[in-house]
Design a protein around this ligand. Structure first.
Ligand code: PBG
Ligand code: ZN
Length: 324
């Protein structure tokens, strides 16, 4: 055959394939989520998420040292096991698990480890909703005020970046303002800007003990039938002062990541959530798929779709086993 173009020429061997690869992953893109609880000496496995644990602050420090050696230098920290109340009081208590862990981690690692925190009250409310309730209604503005106190508490304890995951309206601007007024204009905000009401959060809710006791989160998290609305959400957060825009979940929402990347000049993050992680783990344990290959195919898909930052429970396995 007389063919002017033979695309296979550039697939001849690994050297040439690597030379022309359009998507390149790096450890710098990866953020490792972790769960902290109060107490000491605790490393408690989360059944629904093989390889993920609840750590007390001392154990988190001990493990973070290992993770740093692997090249993980960014954590996204979730608090668990703190007292629950209707008004989520322990969400902004300086002695709760997250502020305690932040102080320990900063004291130990200073600026070698970049500390991000999830800001949401669902692990701190008796009813498990991401805001305060009046009857069955999740109040927006009252919740935003509590979230801003939570973000401030984290900043005071040493967080470098706060990540509001509640989906209340106007919280990014309000939190930005609260941080600025209290001398924390240098603390960044990564907005869970596009967060869908998703069944993929199932395993996480066991980890954080944050399932709503009644109803669901559809009154604040987004409807997965909507794509254009995700751009409205994201661009509002950009106007309110978000530094990074996140899409969550990731795998079933690659189209959203891609569209958002075309619409913003801010860095775009995606959250490869608990259900996505546990499905891969379960399939790999059942020998239905090859874990390293499927994990890296997923990571590459996130980057190819436009994600600059990937938040993933796979981060440790990826770096520990040299999958990059
Ligand atoms: C809290 C929060 C959730 C996740 C991150 N922050 C759960 C939820 O909204 O129900 C999910 C993370 C995961 O599934 O890995 N609002
Ligand atoms: Zn929540």
């Amino acid at each position: 055959m007389n063919l002017p173009y033979r695309p296979r020429r550039l697939r001849t061997n690994a050297i040439v394939r690597n030379m022309v690869a359009e998507t390149r992953l790096s450890a710098n893109m990866l953020v490792y989520p972790c769960f902290v609880c109060k107490g000491s000496g605790i490393q408690h496995p989360i059944q629904a998420m093989p390889g993920v644990y609840h750590f007390s602050p001392d154990e988190l420090v001990r493990h973070a040292e290992q993770w740093l050696k692997l090249g993980i230098n960014k954590l996204l920290i979730f608090g668990t096991g703190d007292a629950k109340s209707d008004m989520a009081l322990s969400s902004h208590d300086h002695n709760s698990s997250v502020p305690t862990a932040l102080r320990r981690l900063k004291a130990e690692f200073a600026n070698d480890l970049y500390l991000m925190t999830d800001v949401c009250v669902c692990a701190y409310t008796t009813h498990g909703h991401c805001g305060v309730l009046a009857g069955s209604l999740v109040l927006n503005d009252e919740s935003v005020d509590i979230l801003s106190q939570m973000a401030l508490t984290h900043a005071e304890a040493g967080a470098d970046m706060v990540a509001p995951s509640d989906m209340m309206d106007g919280r990014i601007g309000y939190i930005r303002n609260t941080l600025d007024e209290n001398g924390f204009s240098n603390i960044a905000i990564m907005s869970y800007a596009v967060k869908y009401a998703s069944a993929y959060y199932g395993p996480f809710r066991e980890a954080a003990d944050s399932s709503p006791q009644s109803g669901d989160r559809k009154g604040y998290q987004m409807d997965f039938r909507n794509a254009r609305e995700s751009l409205r959400e994201a661009l509002l957060d950009e106007q309110e002062g978000a530094d990074i825009l996140m899409v969550k979940p990731a795998l079933a929402y690659l189209d959203i990541i891609h569209q958002l990347k075309q619409q913003t000049n801010l860095p775009v993050a995606c959250y490869n959530v608990s259900g996505e992680y546990s499905m891969v783990k379960a399939a790999a344990q059942a020998k239905l798929v090859d874990e390293p290959r499927i994990v890296m195919e997923n990571m590459t898909a996130f980057a190819r779709a436009g994600a600059d930052i990937i938040i993933t429970y796979h981060a440790k396995d990826i770096l520990q086993n040299g999958w990059l």
